[in-house]
Design a protein around this ligand. Structure first.
Ligand SMILES: [Cu+2]
Length: 175
């Protein structure tokens, strides 16, 4: 097991009770901000309400990522963040650091690539939203050098089930 795997594992375990860990890793992530540029999707009018802990740096990394890809973010720092997640129907196993809500009421939990959010909004499925549980290394806002853990973007269904909506196999395909 590589050091980064161990680190991530410990990190992921610490996530739910202590979002402070988010800040620690994000400080590193922020220094390695990769440029996500070029072909921004046509979603410039899309507003996302983003709820996060005030000290969460990787959340801000993700917010920058979606802003660079044509979204508008309205940020709030509710004290009862986990209660908000539960209220929105995001079960603990799907939770991450920040929670975004679109104007239609879809939820976007965690470090989801902006283009996957755009695709979902275009397809407009009968579902609750999307989630990237935990905080995969190398996902948007979680860039640390070239390190990358492949991950799934899950579609959260209204009945509490989930299915894989997109598999992200490499860092490049996120942008
Ligand atoms: Cu995060």
């Amino acid at each position: 097991m590589r050091t980064s795997d161990t680190f991530f594992h410990v990190f992921a375990k610490a996530l739910r009770p202590a979002l402070l860990a988010c800040t620690a890793l994000a400080l590193v992530a922020c220094q390695q901000e990769s440029s996500s540029a070029a072909d921004a999707p046509a979603s410039s009018d899309t507003v996302l309400q983003v709820m996060k802990d005030p000290s969460c740096g990787c959340c801000e990394g993700w917010i920058s990522h979606v802003q660079e890809n044509g979204f508008m973010a309205q940020i709030s720092h509710p004290q009862d963040l986990s209660a908000q997640k539960m209220r929105l129907g995001i079960a603990p196993q799907y939770q991450s650091c920040h929670t975004a809500v679109s104007e239609e009421g879809y939820v976007f939990e965690g470090h989801i690539p902006a283009k996957v959010v755009s695709r979902f909004l275009t397809e407009h499925p009968d579902a609750l939203g999307l989630a990237v549980p935990g905080m995969p290394l190398g996902s948007p806002g979680m860039e640390i050098g070239g390190q990358f853990h492949p991950y799934d973007v899950l579609q959260l269904n209204k009945d509490g089930s989930s299915q894989v909506y997109a598999h992200i196999a490499s860092q490049d395909e996120q942008y």
